[in-house]
Design a protein around this ligand. Structure first.
Ligand SMILES: N[C@@H](CCC(=O)N[C@@H](CS)C(=O)NCC(=O)O)C(=O)O
Length: 209
């Protein structure tokens, strides 16, 4: 069984949401670990196999390790028969790959620059800014309910995720706001919250042991 290293209310939560949506949460061993949070609290958990103590991190059945949310999410979609993404060679695959890489290569750096108030020409010339990300999303969603058309894919899960944990970064663009709401509605937020509460509890019990 693949092992997923997860910390509640973090970037690995979207992987848990994906597994829930695919009905495959029981097919992966979720190992809950502590991480160092943005405010400096927490710790680098010795139980976490990630070399830098980050989450998510996946170890496959063959013992191969996978880092980076996008890679893990695409791997899990493939492993379980592509329920949430186009298969290699099928229509939409190029767009899907573009969004998955755009997330890690553009959205994340632009997002971190924005919430850290970093404004350096090298950042903008290399990654562009959240304004361009918002414009890309608006264009993609002008005619479609989801990024690849009328079906939700892993690309929606990863691209919408920052607006779930940082709603203040949501642009005043109706098409984007409605899309984020559609992605939230497709996810089982209540089950995710219950799962996260139990994970937090397990971590607390471990800490006090
Ligand atoms: N680009 C990575 C980022 C992973 C990441 O930074 N995760 C945070 C949790 S939201 C973390 O583990 N932080 C702990 C640390 O930096 O030590 C991905 O998306 O997988």
């Amino acid at each position: 069984m693949p092992k997923l290293y997860h910390s509640p209310h973090s970037r690995s939560s979207r992987v848990v949401s994906q597994l829930m949506l695919m009905g495959k949460l029981d097919a992966v061993e979720v190992i809950c670990v502590d991480i160092i949070k943005g405010d400096g609290s927490g710790r680098k958990d010795p139980k976490n196999a990630h070399p830098e103590g980050k989450v998510p991190y996946l170890i496959t059945d063959a013992g191969e390790t996978i880092r980076e949310s996008g890679a893990i999410m695409m791997y899990l979609d493939e492993l379980f028969g592509h329920p949430l993404g186009p298969k290699p060679g099928s229509e939409g695959r190029g767009s899907y790959l573009s969004w998955m890489y755009y997330y890690g290569g553009v959205l994340e750096p632009a997002l971190v620059a924005k919430f850290s108030n970093l404004d350096h020409p090298a950042l903008v010339s290399t990654f562009r800014s959240m304004e361009e990300v918002y414009a890309e999303l608006e264009t993609a969603l002008a005619q479609n309910a989801f990024l690849l058309g009328d079906k939700l894919t892993v690309a929606d899960l990863i691209m919408a995720s920052p607006f779930h944990w940082a709603p203040h970064l949501m642009p005043e663009i109706a098409a984007v706001q409605e899309w984020v709401a559609r992605v939230s509605a497709a996810l089982d937020m209540k089950s995710l919250e219950d799962f996260e509460a139990q994970a937090l509890q397990r971590l607390k019990v471990r800490e006090s042991a």
